[in-house]
Design a protein around this ligand. Structure first.
Ligand code: FAD
Length: 412
């Protein structure tokens, strides 16, 4: 990796085949996958976690295809020890409703798998990706406080870093998050919405072993989900009404530990240490297209969904792997990696997966929030059917893991 800090050096190695704007987890995965297939690649963005006082407290439950991508781009050996296998998922109706849905358990072993995936702190994942970037000679890393302008032209796109200078590239992978300036420059519109919910993300230690099981307690205002981490630790995503999340954020360490313990009904024993907490308002965003004008959107630049069902970054990784495959084919044919043909192919390859996951997560979340009796009955019936019909349960597990069609080769 070439690190360019000096204004005079910006763009010195261009023009690039691809410039990735944004060095978050989705952007770094795209940069590594693109460089891995031989594209002359640049990745430009601020360091992922610039403020140590406000660490990213999130973890990512990486599904099997995402772990395979990390193996294929040489990242997994650097971070596997920070991850814990996810062997089972337990869903518990804790809504307090009169007609309580049955508890349902999904076991990876039922699909002949050791684990559905692995849960890893975002900080460890991004650190491993940054370390891997040092190994790749065809990947330049520009640490900039931000790209200020993205200007598509006939044959290239011109990027202007805040520090000055210019970068020329044939294709931009816009991985600059939900307020993406790449998306704007591509002329791609969005549909966005909010939920009357927020989430706390934190990690905690507990006395009883988690046995590789994620516990999802369904409450009337959103799920309370623990996911295994190595040892006797788990991550927590607690979704509730914004005022309740604000109250929970203000609790001291002892009080939040007891609140988590109460919600777990003793399942993991006493909770004895809770790490830093961060709160996230819940919202959704869907780009009307995923590529146009030499700019392809990756990760939250193209789709934001609530943190329910561990889908967000897994979708972002599928974007990255798909774009890398499309670029590899273009370069092998001596074709332009930013052509309209590639824009069309990428958009077509990603739209169905992104749209179906966005709707599925939205419907799941709204069905939990609904007070309407038929919706509650339908949800209860669904859980009854899942509990008692093994083939249906296995089908749902497979669909939750990944799309059965169109899985990019880098994730197989
Ligand atoms: C509580 C919670 C739990 C979650 N759990 C899971 C899970 O278990 N599994 C899962 O798959 N997903 C999960 N997600 C979703 C996942 O965290 C996100 O999908 C993921 O972090 C998005 O990554 P990203 O790289 O697309 O965006 P970001 O992390 O927002 O990165 C965008 C990057 O672009 C940079 N940037 C912005 N503007 C510019 C610019 N102009 N120039 C250069 N750089 C720029 C930013 O500095 C940032 O580093 C969870 C989300 C939440 C809130």
């Amino acid at each position: 990796m070439i690190e360019q800090q000096d204004k005079a050096e910006f763009g010195a190695d261009g023009p690039f085949d691809v410039a990735v704007v944004g060095a978050g987890p989705a952007g770094l995965s795209a940069a590594l996958a693109l460089a891995g297939v031989g594209a002359k690649t640049l990745c430009a963005g601020p360091p992922f976690n610039p403020d140590p006082a406000r660490p990213d407290t999130r973890t990512t439950a990486l599904l099997a295809g995402s772990v395979r991508l990390l193996e294929n781009i040489g990242v997994w050996p650097n971070c596997a020890s920070a991850a814990a296998p996810l062997e089972a998922i337990r869903i518990i109706d804790d809504t307090g409703a009169l007609l309580r849905a049955p508890e349902v358990a999904f076991q990876a072993a039922e699909l002949g798998l050791e684990a559905f995936g692995y849960n890893i702190p975002n900080a460890a994942l991004v650190a491993a990706m940054e370390a891997r970037a040092h190994d790749l000679a065809n990947l330049s890393y520009v640490r900039t406080s931000g790209i200020e302008r993205v200007e598509p032209e006939a044959d290239t796109v011109r990027l202007s870093p805040a520090e000055g200078g210019a970068i020329e590239t044939r294709l931009v992978a816009g991985a600059d998050g939900r307020r993406s300036i790449c998306r704007q420059a591509a002329g791609i519109g969005t549909r966005s919405w909010t939920y009357d919910q927020a989430a706390i993300a934190c990690n905690f230690d507990h006395d009883r072993p988690h046995a590789g099981t994620s516990n999802e307690f369904h409450h009337a205002a959103g799920p309370f989900t623990t996911v295994p981490l190595p040892g006797r630790s788990s991550s927590l995503v607690w979704v509730d009404r914004p005022a309740e999340i604000e109250r929970l954020m203000a609790l001291d360490d002892e009080a939040i530990a007891r609140a988590i313990e109460r919600n777990l009904h003793g399942l993991l024993g006493p909770v004895n240490h809770v790490g830093p907490r961060a709160a996230f308002p819940l919202s959704g965003l869907s780009a009307t297209k995923l590529a146009a004008n030499r700019i392809a959107l990756i990760g939250e630049a193209g789709h934001v969904i609530p943190p329910i069902g561990a889908q967000g970054l897994n979708l972002g990784f599928r974007d990255a792997a798909t774009l890398a495959e499309n670029v590899a084919s273009a370069l092998a044919e001596g074709a332009d990696p930013g052509s309209d043909k590639l824009m069309w192919a990428y958009n077509r390859a990603r739209s169905r997966d992104v749209t179906s996951r966005t709707y599925a997560v939205d419907i799941l979340n709204r069905s939990l929030l609904s007070d309407v009796l038929p919706v509650r009955l339908a949800r209860g019936l669904g859980l009854h059917l899942l509990k008692s019909i093994a083939p249906l349960r296995q089908f749902v597990m497979r669909q939750g893991l990944a799309p059965t069609a169109d899985m990019p080769g880098l994730m197989r």
